[in-house]
Design a protein around this ligand. Sequence first.
Ligand code: OXD
Ligand code: MN
Length: 587
Amino acid sequence: MALTTNKAVLNWIDEMAAMTQPDQIVWIDGSDAQIEALRAQACATGEMEKLNQELLPDCYLHRTAVNDVARVEDRTFICCHRQEDAGPTNNWMDPQEMYAKLKKLYTGAMKGRTMYVIPYSMGVVGSPFAKYGIELTDSIYVVLNMCIMTRVGTAVAEVIGDDFVKGLHAKADLDPENRYIVHFPEDNTIMSVNSGYGGNVLLGKKCFALRIASYLGRNQGWMAEHMLILGIQNPAGEVRYLAAAFPSACGKTNLAMLIPPEHYRKAGWKVWCVGDDIAWIRVGEDGRLWAMNPENGFFGVAPGTNEKSNPNALASTRRGTIFTNVVHNLDNNTVWWEGLDKNPPENAVDWKGNPWNGKTSDVKGAHPNSRFTAPAKNCPCISPKFDDGAGVPISAIIFGGRRAQTTPLVYQSRDWNNGVFVGSIMASETTAAATGAVGVVRRDPMAMLPFCGYHMGDYFKHWIEMGEKLGDKAPKIFNVNWFRLDEDGNFIWPGFGDNLRVLEWIIDRCEGKVGAEETAIGYVPKAEDINLEGLDFSIDTLKSILAVNKDQWATEAEGIEEFYTKFGGKLPAELRKELDTLKANLK
Ligand code: OXD
Ligand code: MN
């Protein structure tokens, strides 16, 4: 039975059902009983496997098709009327042409199948900052993941208005040649077909909460960002909140759930996770910047997650979690992945569904992009503000990337516009960096390159305008780089929990409690101002990773110049000016 009488919702569902022709339509009310019944049904068809309920209560395993294991950026489209509004970094097609193309792929795609109707909320239901969507899907796996990643069900259906985001997902034939992840920002619509992989099909996440929401945010004066949010509590009990953007593979989930080093823990420091991937950010009534996490769970990369790298993430996966493309340990019906521990199972099934012996096999058991979908509430350090619809006030914004050289451990931008410049030049090096060679630099402004639903030049301008609104209440903007390498290709900075030492300096800077050295690129800490207590790390080594090398930055400036040409006339004059200032400072 439909959970709403909203005509806009019902008419749209009728239209989508007429096209996809499912055998039946089932509304998702989000109840435990319904979730349990769907789990049983998915296990009966082999879509999921029930794991050891003593060791991993309410946990399940799923394997995707082998050709369907990651987001497909080359098949992801932003379809607005004018191509120039999508910009040079997005794939574009005329909306009418795309609708016609998709119609062919969706027609009859749900024959013999069930269409599930998922009313979901990004943000706390009823909060003025929440936004609602409906995803139609023919996949139980999608339903169950959405029930973890978002707030789903009757309560949402009751408050949904006419401006909901429409999402249609059909697995169809999982044909990679006809796989499309399409956004129509002007129509509040997302259409995904021929995939079953999370990032392509959990439409609340990247598709809505970043691509559609970034477009809405620009029109409505707020921002949707690819950022974690964390709270840092000092021994006096004061909590300061930071939002941070990093490209993939830079340890975002680890930073979001950081465990303070022993010395800090003993002194009474605590870290609270508000979110690990997405932040919706707006100017609050007090004139400060406030951020909230629109999601309700973590869709984290499994390999490398272990008791040491991220015990909080691991603890989050111990109940109510769906594992995708990891190793199935048949001896005890649990899961395993590379980097979990040094004891791979011998009697196991790999992510492709083949028998696998972790002691003798020379292929990886888990896909490198295998995932856990875990409820945020499971996280031992989840913030008490997690369910506060208003979000949290932000003291600092942090950008970062993976750079073997050039970028110091931390620096502070001179002001907001300079900070926007710092975000716009964010970059990571390709894996060559891991072997010691300087890798190829891939620029990923604000970590939003694959997620911005409109022209990135306009996006930069929107950032500048947000700064104008904030005035002197704007948070300070910093850049960090945990990944400096020595000559042998080893990481110099210990990273993980010790990153708190850098965050402490950042907070002290925000509160005017500590000085800094002014350099060509901004403010860098005096080495003695970073707390190294309890850490075997020499101040000279610290100095070496705080140094700003003008020759390297001159090369960097050339790279930025070249990158900026992409945006043509849409590059805000403010950023051009920042680049000119950088060049002048390097002379
Ligand atoms: C993610 C990503 O899955 O950024 O969060 O790719
Ligand atoms: Mn992400």
